[in-house]
Design a protein around this ligand. Structure first.
Ligand SMILES: Cc1cc2nc3c(=O)[nH]c(=O)nc-3n(C[C@H](O)[C@H](O)[C@H](O)COP(=O)(O)O)c2cc1C
Length: 222
């Protein structure tokens, strides 16, 4: 395994926003999680727990989530960022516009962008959804450890040609998710990962995001 191999895998991965209905075999989902759990965590606490839906369970969840969104107000366990300013707002806009451009939604088309946004709650048509939780008592560090787990999940999945998208949007309906999946209140629902096989012909999968340069990121000392 070389850095080139790892970089190739990381470049192949992207957030998939249109899936085929085909199921991923449970043994492969288990292999993805077997690999993802190798990430480091503070004190090796391994705070992640994952609820994974497949097939009919995903269909029921998709329908229930969409019904909840149509009547309920968002209330994530982990408060969403208050605002994005400066370079963060610029990057957020750039990636939003790239998506809207790909699917043919014009700038200022609120109805079109709203419709695309609602695809989050249809899980972009994915046949599987993983809900990621962390113990409340581990606070921000539990969430940080779970972030590593989420990334490793996406990469391990990619290595099996399984497409993924982490979704904070799904976690915005916290109380509903706790009820629906019987997740105890002492665990924080952090995000979902919808996954399956990519519909590579769908325009929503037809763009890629950029990254800041190393010099933009690093403050070299010595
Ligand atoms: C924690 C987390 C939450 C995310 N939530 C959403 C989401 O709710 N909806 C969405 O379309 N994309 C979501 N994304 C995907 C990001 O938009 C995406 O990772 C970013 O634009 C970089 O693009 P890439 O993953 O294709 O490289 C999320 C990503 C992460 C890591």
């Amino acid at each position: 395994m070389t850095l080139t191999d790892l970089e190739a895998l990381m470049k192949q991965r992207h957030s998939c926003r249109a899936f085929l209905p085909d199921l991923v075999p449970q043994s492969q989902i288990s292999d993805i999680i077997t690999t993802a759990r190798r990430v480091p965590s503070w004190c090796n606490a391994q705070p992640w727990q994952v609820t994974v839906t497949s097939g009919a369970e995903t269909e029921s969840f998709r329908a229930a989530l969409q019904a909840e969104v149509s009547r309920g107000a968002p209330k994530p366990d982990l408060p969403f960022p208050e605002k994005y300013t400066g370079i963060y707002q610029d990057r957020r806009r750039t990636c939003g516009f790239a998506l809207y451009d790909a699917v043919g939604v014009e700038k200022g088309d609120r109805v079109g962008s709203g419709k695309q946004m609602m695809q989050n709650f249809a899980l972009f048509g994915a046949p599987h959804c993983a809900i990621i939780t962390s113990p409340k008592e581990l606070g921000a560090y539990g969430a940080m450890d779970c972030g590593g787990f989420v990334t490793a999940f996406t990469l391990a999945a990619q290595a099996l040609n399984v497409a993924t998208i982490p979704q904070a949007a799904v976690a915005s309906y916290g109380p509903f998710l706790h009820r629906y999946f019987e997740i105890p209140d002492d665990r924080l629902i952090l995000c979902a990962i919808s996954f399956g096989y990519a519909d590579t012909t769908h325009p929503a999968n037809g763009f890629r995001t950029d990254r800041a340069t190393v010099d933009d990121i690093v403050d070299w000392r010595g």
